[in-house]
Design a protein around this ligand. Structure first.
Ligand SMILES: Cc1ncc(COP(=O)(O)O)c(C=O)c1O
Length: 421
């Protein structure tokens, strides 16, 4: 193909495929016209994602798909910055993005630090808390590797003691009671997920915060599976620190996240990895250093600004839909899935039956087909699920988020019904 012909073909292709920016402009005004109770609203939301329709994506708990609004924001910021070769890291932008995030998560802007993922936030807390030999940390048997390995490493290094409880799907009170039974005079911290990675169980964080406060111990929450799935108010939850990523339910760019550290915990969770931006003035030769008064003390060095701007765009995208609507939709889908799964012989649902403890993730097992075989079978139907081996659960996890639909759940059920065994 000569150059002229190539340009002609490219021009036709460009006409046939609107740019992502155009795609949004064309649809932008409809945001205000549709109600979230209308199925059309969710079809419209689905159209905001480049996510292929050739495969059904049920793994938001692993990684969320980003909408065009996020992708465009990252690209635009990168284009802007690469023209001038600047980092784009300004106090004004930081303040603007963290103020918006504080509103979204129910905390102060100063209590938030940008992180690369949930694991980084977990590490800041785990390594920053003054925990030493014999200090006890209560945790669950259902932790994701991200909230297990840092504590194990601390156990090796500082000889802390880890005590475990298995989350009960019976009731929230039973889980509080299980924690209570592990308490001792050496207990310093409770470290739990808000939503477990295994069965998607919502743990009673508010009740655990009350318990922790009464006993003068700290509560750390791994919120990787909760942020962006359900509305959050971190001040109301009452925990001391909360780590989460931007690349699951929040639908932000990959390698983004936030760590929340309650204001009066900032001097207790010591900043261990520090550098430019962590300080509030220093004199190297005089040996003087003041940490940044905010959670920015946990940030350091050059970072990728377009990714953080993309996370900010993700929060704006979800705000446009409304987190109450997101949560309602996710729950409707997971309840529909839960009910349909229970009608299939040989399928055992492992997630809680109670609406207040079941989240947008539902995990199940087949009586006679091992979970990895079942996953491979569903994969051959272009259904992307996630196998869960953590905590010895050995089941398949389905994540239901705003781009999923009842029709997709019906496809999953068909796939399951076609299993031999
Ligand atoms: C409960 C939980 N915590 C932490 C993580 C790790 O998140 P990240 O990869 O952002 O560090 C995951 C990821 O699946 C998770 O499910």
């Amino acid at each position: 193909m000569d150059r002229k012909e190539f340009l002609k073909v490219s021009a036709v292709a460009a006409l046939a495929m609107p740019s992502t920016a155009e795609h949004l402009v064309n649809r932008g005004e409809r945001w205000t016209n549709l109600s979230a109770d209308d199925e059309g609203f969710w079809s419209f939301v689905r159209a905001q994602f480049p996510l292929t329709r050739d495969r059904v994506y049920f793994n938001t708990g692993g990684l969320g798909a980003s909408p065009y609004a996020v992708i465009d924001a990252v690209k635009a910021k990168m284009d802007e910055l690469e023209k001038i070769s600047e980092t784009g890291h300004t106090e004004g932008l930081w303040k603007e993005m963290k103020t918006r995030a504080g509103g979204f998560f129910g905390c102060d802007a100063d209590e938030l630090a940008f992180m690369r993922n949930a694991t980084e936030g977990i590490n800041v807390v785990c390594n920053g808390l003054p925990l030493g030999e014999g200090d006890e940390v209560i945790t669950t048997t259902h932790e994701h590797v991200a909230n297990a390995v840092p504590w194990l490493a601390l156990q090796k290094r500082r000889r802390i003691v880890l005590k475990f409880f298995e989350p009960s799907t019976a009731s929230a009170q039973e889980n509080v009671a299980r924690v209570e039974r592990l308490l001792s005079t050496r207990t310093r911290l409770i470290s739990v997920p808000h939503v477990t990675t295994t069965t998607g169980q919502i743990l009673p964080i508010r009740e655990l915060a009350d318990l922790a406060r009464a006993r003068r111990i700290w509560l750390f929450v791994d919120g990787a599976q909760a942020a962006g799935m359900l509305p959050l108010n971190l001040h109301e939850l009452g925990c001391d620190a909360y780590a989460f990523c931007g690349h699951k339910w929040l639908l932000g760019p990959k390698e983004t996240g936030y760590l929340y550290v309650r204001k009066d915990m900032l001097d207790i969770v010591q900043a261990k990895f520090v550098g430019a931006y962590s300080d509030h003035g220093y004199d190297f030769q005089k040996g003087e250093l003041a940490f940044h008064p905010s959670a920015q003390r946990y940030e350091y060095g050059t970072v990728n600004i377009p990714l953080r701007v993309g996370l900010d765009a993700a929060l704006q995208f979800l705000t446009r839909i409304g987190m109450a609507n997101v949560w309602k939709r996710d729950q409707q889908l997971s309840t529909y899935l839960h009910d349909r799964l229970r009608s299939i012989p040989k399928i055992r649902v492992l997630s809680p039956a109670s609406d207040t403890e079941r989240s947008a993730m539902v995990t199940f097992q087949h009586e006679s087909v091992p979970f990895l075989e079942l996953q491979a079978h569903l994969n051959s139907y272009n259904l992307r699920t996630r196998g869960v081996s953590e905590g010895g659960v050995n089941g398949l996890r389905i994540s239901c988020h705003i781009y999923n639909s009842r029709e997709e759940i019906d496809k999953l059920i068909e796939g399951l019904k076609s299993v031999r065994g």
